[in-house]
Design a protein around this ligand. Structure first.
Ligand code: ADP
Ligand code: MG
Length: 324
């Protein structure tokens, strides 16, 4: 993995939200992202997993500048995203797209789904009139929907069909990079597999680069090349997906993985139940995972010093003092 092939690079990204603590009207900042570094190669699918509240959506939104990061850098194909002027941003908005978890929430209930897919094509002046309509029809076919659905309204479609519309809308402007923020989490299990297959095919056919977000490791297994595990705004582990599955090195990854069913009945994983949750009060020093960490070697060092994300083996990054 050479630096040259990186399409997206994130450096020391921080996002804090102010939250009212209710005490004398004081605000108590939430560090939703606490210094995230990662890079995604061209054509790669990077899975980003972590419990609800770990900062995944915040990362996705900061990267495409839907929300303003507090500090840090995001470089997309050599362009500084966080400093881009409005003209550059317009181009970036076409090159980088997002698919949301709930397509219902992002679709206008009074607009046909055909018009919803056509809208960005016209807004970005990619095509107009009949040519735009033809593009919409071929996009429908590409995402596995009969073109007769173009005149349907969102409420007339199933959850899986609506998510296909969300995907068609994102692809309509011919992006290179797509953020998928829990695109199958709201769907039935049988439909999840179909949409995951579609996303894999689209990536292969279009040569897309994905940041694929999920809250569990089972979903990213078949779609991601590498997986980044996030906890409380920090990356705990980054590795190739097979390495993560075969030998997780961070105790948080181990506990997430223990919840994933093993297909081979001869293999048993001990289920690790973590107490508390990711949005619980974070420690003011040391490792953010320390209060919930089940590692037998957990010690004073974990409470005092933040473990940096370090490469302990080739292409294996881990933020744990006791990873060896
Ligand atoms: P995830 O997508 O992993 O579930 P989020 O990025 O949505 O996590 O949230 C990370 C943290 O930031 C949570 O503690 C959440 O409560 C907080 N947060 C997210 N959005 C806002 C906001 N607009 N205002 C205040 N806090 C927020
Ligand atoms: Mg989220």
């Amino acid at each position: 993995m050479s630096r040259a092939s990186s399409l997206l690079t994130i450096e020391a990204l921080v996002k804090t939200y102010s939250r009212s603590s209710g005490l004398f009207g004081k605000t108590d900042p939430v560090r939703a992202l606490d210094g995230v570094d990662m890079s995604i190669n061209r054509g790669e699918a990077l899975g980003l997993v972590g419990e609800s509240g770990s900062g995944k959506t915040t990362l996705a939104r900061c990267v495409i500048r839907l929300v303003k990061a507090t500090s840090g850098r995001v470089i997309f194909d050599g362009v500084d995203v966080l400093k881009a002027d409005s003209l550059t941003l317009r181009t970036l908005r076409q090159r980088m797209q997002i698919v949301f978890q709930d397509p219902f929430g992002s679709l206008n209930p009074r607009m046909t789904v055909g018009a919803a897919v056509r809208e960005p094509i016209e807004a970005h002046k990619i095509a107009e009139k009949q040519e735009a309509r033809d593009r919409v029809e071929s996009l429908f076919e590409e995402v596995g929907l009969d073109p007769t659905y173009t005149s349907s309204y969102p409420h007339q479609l199933s959850g899986g069909q609506r998510q296909r519309i969300g995907i068609a809308r994102a692809l309509s402007v011919e992006p290179e990079f797509v953020v998928l923020d829990e695109p199958v989490s709201a769907l039935d299990v049988s439909v999840q597999a179909q949409v995951l297959n579609l996303l894999s095919d689209l990536r292969a056919n279009r040569g897309l680069t994905y940041l694929f977000i999920a809250h569990d490791l089972a979903v990213v297994r078949h779609i991601a090349d590498r997986v980044a595990v996030m906890y409380s705004g920090r990356l705990m582990e980054v590795a190739f997906v097979t390495d993560t599955y075969d030998e997780p090195l961070h105790p948080y990854t181990t506990s997430l993985l223990s919840a994933v069913p093993v297909p081979d009945p001869r293999v048993r994983r001990e289920r690790i139940i973590l107490t508390g949750d990711a949005s619980a009060r974070r420690p003011t020093s040391g490792c953010v995972f320390e209060p919930r960490c089940p590692h037998p070697k957990k010690n004073e060092l974990c409470r005092m010093e933040i473990p940096p994300l370090r490469e302990i083996r080739t292409a294996r990054l881990v933020a744990c003092h006791h990873a060896e």
